[in-house]
Write a protein that binds this ligand. Sequence first.
Ligand SMILES: [Mg+2]
Length: 379
Amino acid sequence: MKITAVRAHVLEAPIADRFAFSQTWVDRRVGLVVEIETDAGITGWGDGYGPPWALATVIERYYAPRLIGRSPLAGDALWEELYNGLRDHGQRGVPVQALSAIDIALWDLRGKVLGVPVHVLMGGPIRSTVRAYATGLYRRSDDRAENHRLLADEARGYIDAGFTAMKTKVGFGFDDDIALVEMLRRSIGDGIELFVDANHGCDRVQATRLARAMEPFDIGWFEEPVEPEDVEGYAELRTRTSIPIAGGECSFTRHDFRRILEMRAMDVIQPDTASCGGLTEAKRIADMAWAHGTRYNPHVWGTGIGLAAAMQLLAVLPTTVPAFGAHQPLLEYDSTPHPFRQDLLVEPVLVEDGIAHVPDGPGLGVEIRRDVLDRWRVN
Ligand SMILES: [Mg+2]
């Protein structure tokens, strides 16, 4: 069997209700979907998390020529070859994100060729359901009272839908952040887990002050407090607050995570499967995290294909300790407006009563709706 075509689809859709995190307002959703065809008539699909036009260029100009005519079954060999091909110029960022999309599509292909889900190829499943937390509660209005009213409603909506955990955004300034966290904890009560995410919008001084002030509100983790390059800052912050420190969605491959893990910089690492190097690299990072006693909860922010890939990984993430009360990994379930996230799939990834079900069809376990792909495609 040989690869005959590699296509990168750039998707973009405006959203009616914009929302903000610490860096900017979001008024459109974008996506990068890769499609790999073979002479056996089997197609694999992947998702890349990053600037889609840049990813498409790397995929079509650099990776596709190396893949045409090759067997899709040689996953590790192709990974090494593509990585080494741009290694001198791209050990992080766009080249690795583009490689991630290719790698996910190759796993999808291999599963479909062999007639089994990816998680079976990876030695699982260890679990077939995963507790999901709702990622939402972004800023929706610059008027504090209005914003609090909207977010209190949104949080109640997640509880009504069965979620037992959710995440909000900080990094808007100390007073705003503390007022928001206090309001949300009061609104949702004590039984619901609450995470906060600054999207590296604080410096070390701001992050330390905010972390200490949030301690009374039972925060499950403080995500990306400082910039991803400042691994020492993460390690330092861990010693200054009782709130667990999380991060890693802007870090890449086993090399970045080796440093993070060896420096004990984070309590929870969050590699994005569609960005850190694909399922191949995510599994390697997960095994390293296990050896370092560090939690792994994948970052998820893409199309339903990226969501399905994350579910395949979550099915095989190890339970780190053998105990009835052992911590289990969580699914980050993006609950913000998105016109094609799950619409892209013939059967959406099922998330019901706050529990996500691992797709168990061949490959990623999802099929793509070409009409939806064509509707939002801009290249
Ligand atoms: Mg985040």
